[in-house]
Design a protein. Sequence first.
Length: 113
Amino acid sequence: MVDQATPTAPDLRTTAFPPEFTAGARNAVTTCLRIQPSEKVTLITDERCLTIAASLVAELERIGCTWSAFVLEALAPRPLPTSPPQSSKIWSPRRSASSRSRSSPTSSTAVCR
């Protein structure tokens, strides 16, 4: 489940993406990063890459891990010379429906650039 970092951040679960992104997102999540259902994932994206991030979110939801997503422009204006000051205060992970019964998760971070 998504952690809505700010009220203006788009919900990546409902952001449309081209179907051809699915195979690449599945490869990134399951093969390259080997994310497990028991892990916590932080996905950081920008507005330009929302469709890529949405495809990754679909895969995170499919495997059932806990994840949180942030859209940089929703946190601070670009360019960002440093990490936004509020970024350390907004991590509050949510679990996808299928991961709620699992034990303590480990952490992974996927940055969509």
